[in-house]
Write a protein that binds this ligand. Structure first.
Ligand SMILES: [Zn+2]
Length: 483
């Protein structure tokens, strides 16, 4: 179901045939993900996950030398770009600054020249990103990397949360398993092959939450995964309606920003720990939250650097851009890839859990989560300000013109308007003169991909302008009525 025509056919089928199609598709994926190579990779990665940090670093350095050699000798882009560089001097992670950083735009414009020569087309797996601005990027994985990636996901993400592939689960992801204009249940499809209920993230509301909860009770998944914002919305609607809590073993979220209020709702309704995780389809780095609530990097996925804009290394506690070198893809190696996300190395690196790998903190919004001042300056990394008030469920900055934006605030329990005023003051403290209007509303719009974004610049997203105008006008009307 990777191409549009397949989705068109899928949406025309009756539910029972759609579920058969899912079964067939999952059976196909099952061979690729969990077939040949999976067991061996799982064993190797489990050892690495529990190995002392020093052994993990040695493993990374060995893989790094192989990836760099492959890139320099068989990948056209790097061969050209590194022609005058002493790439052979890259022996360990600390030598990476010998090589230039790679940005997303360069990759997008030269996709094919990043693929190693002499690789058979049919051995490739295409992983597509939708991209926040709608520009797609295709990452080519060797098919042999799939069982490695899923083995790593199993031992580094699922198992630490106490769950695994063999347990029934529910997914709230970005696929449109249900047609967008559907207005009655089911808003999900059941994939019998994986005992997985795939829920639409796009149909959750106060009206439909009861149907979702009934389906969860019927299919009895033991854990949930997907977009935190979607799972939190469901939990909130259920709590509001007075539904009995629905215990899960764990909820593992990824893919969008998890604010404290969202996490609280999830943990309250599903009575379990909500684990945040970090990854991307470029598959160059991965991090997983432990039970102590700290984000540990997963060494087998890639080598992390956290860098200042000028490329120098940040000191612990200093927020910088995440730059990653993937260690698993030997068809399309991404070396010193600028992910466009921000984080800092934790100053306190010891943790009460048994995970020995480095800890990152202050994982912040995307690089493109910035506001534009009237004079054109850009201000990013605003998520710390947005996360400061526990009574605010969620908040978003919607910028409609330079120098002016709306601070959309969705109140949580115990909320007082002064909390929003404090967030505004914090944001303004960072950016100075700026017109920031507070708007309280019941729900903050998401992107068409169903993701929650901290900043939406409407002048660059004309397709969203009307939606936001309506939402803001409605909120203002409701506020006047109440006043
Ligand atoms: Zn820990």
């Amino acid at each position: 179901m990777s191409t549009d025509w397949k989705m068109m056919v899928y949406h025309r089928l009756p539910v029972v045939l759609q579920e058969s199609a899912l079964w067939l598709y999952a059976s196909y994926l099952n061979r690729l993900y969990y077939g040949h190579g999976f067991a061996a990779a799982r064993g190797q990665f489990a050892t690495l996950q529990h190995a002392p940090a020093q052994s993990a670093t040695e493993w990374q350095d060995r893989r790094l030398r192989a990836v760099v050699q492959l890139a320099a000798t068989r990948v056209p882009y790097y061969r050209k770009c590194w022609a005058d560089l002493d790439w052979r001097a890259v022996r360990r992670a600390g030598d990476l600054p010998i090589l230039p950083r790679l940005d997303k735009q360069t990759l997008r414009q030269n996709e094919i020249s990043f693929i190693a020569e002499g690789v058979a087309q049919k051995s490739l797996w295409r992983e597509k990103t939708s991209g926040s601005t709608g520009t797609a990027l295709t990452i080519y994985w060797p098919k042999t990397m799939l069982p490695q990636w899923w083995a790593l996901t199993e031992v580094a993400i699922r198992n630490p949360a106490g769950v695994g592939q063999e347990m029934p689960r529910a997914m709230f992801g970005g696929r449109s398993v249900v047609a967008g204009d559907t207005s009655r249940p089911p808003y999900w499809r059941y994939n019998r092959r994986w005992r997985q209920v795939y829920f639409s993230s796009y149909h959750i509301s106060r009206v439909t939450a009861g149907d979702y909860i009934a389906a969860l009770r019927r299919y009895q998944p033991q854990w949930l995964t997907g977009y935190g914002s979607a799972i939190a919305l469901l939990a909130e609607c259920a709590l509001e309606a007075g539904a009995t809590p629905l215990p899960m073993r764990a909820v593992i979220v990824s893919g969008d920003t998890l604010l404290p209020g969202m996490r609280r709702s999830i943990e309250k309704f599903f009575t379990c720990h909500c684990f945040d995780s970090y990854g991307q389809c470029e598959a160059v780095s991965m991090a997983m939250e432990c039970r102590a609530g700290r984000l540990h990097v997963v060494p087998a996925a890639g080598i992390w650097e956290i860098l200042r804009e000028d490329g120098s290394t940040c000191r612990p506690g200093e927020v910088g851009e995440i730059v990653s070198t993937g260690l698993l893809n030997d068809v399309m190696p991404l070396i010193r890839y600028r992910l466009g996300d921000y984080a800092a190395w934790a100053e306190e690196q010891s943790c009460s859990c048994d995970n020995p790998h480095p800890i990152i903190t202050r994982l912040e919004g995307r690089v493109d989560d910035y506001l534009v001042a009237a004079d054109g300056r850009r201000f990013g990394r605003l998520s710390t300000a947005m996360k400061q008030s526990p009574t605010i469920h969620s908040a978003q900055l919607a910028q409609d013109r330079p120098g002016h934006a709306y601070l959309l605030v969705r109140p949580g329990s115990g909320y007082d308007r002064r909390d929003a005023v404090a967030v505004r003051a914090d944001v303004l403290g960072r950016i100075g003169r700026f017109d920031l209007e507070i708007v309280e509303l019941a729900e903050i719009p998401k992107t068409p991909q169903g993701k929650f974004r901290l900043v939406v610049r409407l002048d660059e997203r004309p397709e969203l302008m009307q939606l936001y105008r309506d939402v803001i006008a409605r909120a203002a009307g409701a506020w006047e009525q109440a006043a």
